[in-house]
Each structure stands twice: as C-alpha cells, then as structure tokens.
Design a protein around this ligand. Structure first.
Ligand SMILES: O=C(CO)COP(=O)(O)O
Length: 262
C-alpha cells in the first residue's frame, strides 16, 4: 500500500528563528493531522540541527534540499550524505528543477546523488518535470522519460523502489499555475509506465509519485485524490503552518466536500 506523503520544500527561506517558530506551529496543530499521511519538512541546511531536536517528539520527518554524492572531500561549500546522516536527516530532495536550472545539476550528478543517498539510507525525492516550451512542443513525456532513464542508470529494482518521484512541471512552480488534476494524473500514470518498462509492474505500482507546482489548501484534495498521485511536494504554501496543515488534511476536505455534495 502506498502511504501518501506531503512534503514541504522551504527552499531558501526561513532563518533558524523563523524555522523553529514554523515547526512549533506545525507541531501544535499536528493533533489535527490526518493520521494516514506521512509529513515531511525539507528545511535549509542551517536549520537542520535545531529542527531535528524539535521534531524528535513528533511524527513529522526531516529532509534536506540537496547533498553532494561523495561522503567527504575537497568540495568547498558542499554538504555530504554523512553530514546529513549525523543530524538524523531521513529524506533528501535530488535534482530539483531550480538546482538543474541555476546550479548546473545534470542527469549524471542526479544519478550519482540517487545512488549515494540510497547507499547512506537517506530516502531520495527525485524531481522531474518539463518546461512550458517542452509541453507546448508536446515533448513533455519523452522529457520526463529521459530524466527517469538517466537518473536510474545502474540502479537495481530493490533500490529503485526506495526513491520517491516528484513530478513538478516547471511552468507550475511558484507561478500560481497548477497542472489540472487530469494533466498531473496522466503524467503520474505515464511515470508508472516508464517504471514498468524499466523494471516491472510490481515496482510501478509501489513507487510513490508526488505532484509539485503551486499546490495549496484549496487544490490539494482534488490533486491528491487522483489514482496515480500519492502526495505533494509543496513550496510556497509550506511556509505557512495553517496552509500546510490544510494540504496535509486533504482527505478530510475531500470527505467534507463529498458529504456536502451528497
Ligand atoms: O518547487 C516546488 C516544490 O519543490 C513547488 O513550489 P511552489 O509550491 O511554490 O509552486
């Protein structure tokens, strides 16, 4: 069974003080959490240590937004998987489009990071997705397929299943434009098909596929209740505890909406 995952990607926001305050708010509101959902916050490196201590008494998981693939060495300014492990980081975002766009993240480095995070037992969240231009040229599927094939080069099925996929169409990130639930579900189902071809049907059914791109409280339930979408990678809306909780509780809203309709 695939347990839904709602992950917040704070990006380069929140100093330590603000991070602590946001997580304290989340913990306070967490009594209202939907119990069947895994909740994760991917915070800036500088806040990881303080937030780890806060989260120890909660069910919320801790993630980083990037890492280097080597365990140590002469890589000025980088953070290694060992360093993340030491703090107790459970997840790491790999290959976010902003890293591909601004920091020369390549398919090759993404592949190395996936292998390394699996090696160090940090669960990777692999981000894939097309640009607006690629969608307009109707090459969004081949783009996503190639990103998967390259990212999973030389990764065995037993490791591949540990990777969470986040489908984030670049044109929907931070723009307020969301893919329609049909578009997002169609791509998620296509992603499962790629895994079926690359590995097997069982793995295609097991892999967790998130949607990311302007997810908010008001659109979460519709997106999350699609057959092939298992959760969300949330940017802007994860910076507000109240809004993030609305997304986490997408099922309650969904049930409420359905009851109102009935
Ligand atoms: O990039 C994202 C999450 O990784 C999405 O960001 P927004 O939710 O702000 O569009």
């Amino acid at each position: 069974m695939r347990i839904p995952l709602i992950a917040g990607n704070w990006k380069m926001n929140n100093n330590i003080h603000e991070s602590i305050s946001l997580v304290n708010n989340l913990i306070q509101l967490s009594n209202d959490f939907n119990n069947n959902v895994e909740v994760l916050v991917c915070v800036p490196f500088t806040a990881l240590y303080s937030i780890r201590k806060l989260l120890n008494s909660s069910n919320i998981k801790l993630g980083a937004q990037n890492m280097h693939y080597d365990e140590k060495g002469a890589y000025t300014g980088e953070i290694s998987p060992l360093m993340l492990k030491e703090i107790g980081v459970e997840y790491v975002i790999v290959g976010h489009s902003e890293r591909r766009q601004y920091f020369n993240e390549t398919d090759e480095s993404v592949n190395k990071k996936l292998k390394s995070s699996i090696n160090f037992a940090i669960k990777p969240i692999l981000c894939i997705g097309e640009t607006l231009e690629q969608r307009e040229r109707k090459i969004e599927k081949i783009t996503v397929e190639n990103q998967i094939i390259n990212a999973f080069k030389d990764i065995k099925a037993e490791d591949a299943v540990k990777v969470v996929i986040a489908y984030e169409p670049i044109w929907a990130i931070g723009t307020g434009k969301t893919a329609t639930s049909e578009e997002a579900n169609e791509m998620s189902s296509f992603i499962r098909n790629v895994f079926k071809e690359l590995y097997n049907e069982e793995l295609a059914k097991q892999v967790i596929v998130l949607y990311g791109g302007s997810v908010k409280g008001e659109n979460a339930s519709e997106l999350m209740n699609q057959t092939d979408i298992d959760g969300a990678l949330v940017g802007g809306a994860s910076l507000s505890a109240e809004e993030f909780i609305r997304i986490i509780n997408f099922n309650q809203q969904y049930e409420k909406v359905n009851k109102e309709i009935l």
